[in-house]
Design a protein around this ligand. Structure first.
Ligand code: IMP
Ligand code: MG
Length: 180
């Protein structure tokens, strides 16, 4: 285990089996879609989760990415800025936003509204992790991998100052790392 990790919260095996279940649930719900589903990953944290999910899909889909920022260090600063927009239009499409974690909910709430403003027909959210205790605005994901306590976690895409995204599990970062 990485020396900066206090404990493993969710193992690689748990993530993989949960993703299989989530993918089949999503497939069931989208099976009657007439046009391809547009899966949009929020960079960079969603990358491993999106890869794990989409390889299980058999329904027609397209992928795109968006990069928004709202976080500096370990505290949300509220304002959401688009750093990279979609490559293609989402007008009239059914969109599935893939997010790593929902904490205050400010990011995903703003992004969801942005998609409707761009003309998306339907917008759903799938998040690997949910920290409901952190919520400051009224928003819920439609699909959640794991509900976790209000602790700062890293790994499986999640970072602390851009590090630890490569860990194959989700772990709690030792407070000594960010109080240094
Ligand atoms: P929200 O707007 O507070 O819901 O923030 C969501 C974003 O904050 C996520 O996409 C993450 O990038 C980041 N974030 C929230 N909690 C954590 C955490 O525990 N570890 C790493 N990043 C986090
Ligand atoms: Mg993020």
């Amino acid at each position: 285990m990485n020396k900066d990790i206090e404990k493993v919260l969710i193992s690689e095996e748990e993530i993989s089996s949960r993703c299989r279940l989530l993918a089949s649930e999503l497939e069931m719900n989208y099976k009657d879609l007439e046009e391809p589903l547009l899966i949009v990953g929020l960079l960079k944290g969603s990358v491993p989760f999106m890869a794990e999910l989409m390889k299980r899909f058999t329904i027609p889909c397209e992928i795109d990415f968006m990069k928004v920022s709202s976080y500096v260090g370990t505290k949300s600063v509220g304002d959401v800025k688009i750093n990279k927009d979609l490559d293609h239009t989402c007008d009239g499409k059914c969109v599935l936003i893939v997010e790593d974690i929902i904490d205050t909910g400010k990011t995903i709430k703003a992004v969801k509204q942005m998609f409707y403003n761009k003309g998306a027909k339907d917008v759903k959210i799938v998040a690997l992790l949910d920290k409901p205790e952190g919520r400051q605005v009224d928003i819920e994901a439609d699909y959640v991998g794991f509900t976790i306590p209000n602790e700062f976690v890293v790994g499986y895409g999640l970072d602390y100052d851009q590090k630890y995204r490569n860990l194959p599990y989700v772990g709690v970062l030792s407070p000594s790392v960010y109080t240094k």
